[in-house]
Design a binder for this molecule. Structure first.
Ligand code: DQA
Length: 148
């Protein structure tokens, strides 16, 4: 299936940004590893990052025309603010898994609320870059449930 990884604002700085919170791996490293893992599972993964809310909305809308079966989404700070990105996901009706590298529940109170969690197929928080891989496995399982 066609899968899409979307990362929101400041995630382009991974590797140098608050490494104690977000780890030392860069976004290109994470994306490349995830693409290989997707291929191994028989999927085709496209990756997109933007610091701009409207570009993220546009990318989600575009996913509909590309027949994307599942989205893996780390909305960054837009997690806590973006009705527009939420509406884009509702509008396309493509299932998605919300990923956060850090444990948003163990940080500032404003990070505890997400505009996405109640409409997500699943939520993975606090597992670092491994979270993306877990999200990929969860999407794979939803798309092709293993017997038993
Ligand atoms: C984040 C958590 C958000 O609160 C923050 O604004 C980010 C990254 C995470 O992956 O832990 O930019 O989504």
């Amino acid at each position: 299936s066609h899968l899409l990884l979307i990362n929101g604002p400041n995630l382009n700085l991974l590797g140098t940004r608050e490494p104690a919170v977000y780890g030392s791996r860069t976004l290109p490293e994470i994306e490349q590893a995830l693409c290989e893992q997707a291929r191994t599972l028989g999927h085709d993964l496209a990756c997109f990052q933007s610091n701009h809310e409207g570009e993220l909305v546009d990318r989600v809308q575009q996913a509909r025309t590309e027949e994307v079966a599942f989205i893996l989404l780390n909305p960054g700070a837009y997690t806590h603010t973006s009705v527009a990105l939420r509406d884009a996901l509702l509008g396309t009706a493509i299932p998605f898994i919300e990923v956060h590298l850090s444990n948003v529940h163990a940080r500032e109170a404003f990070r505890r609320h997400s505009y996405f969690s109640d409409i997500a197929a699943g939520v993975i928080v606090g597992c670092g870059p491994l979270g993306y891989r877990l999200a990929l496995l969860a999407a794979h399982e939803r798309l092709a449930p293993a017997a038993g």
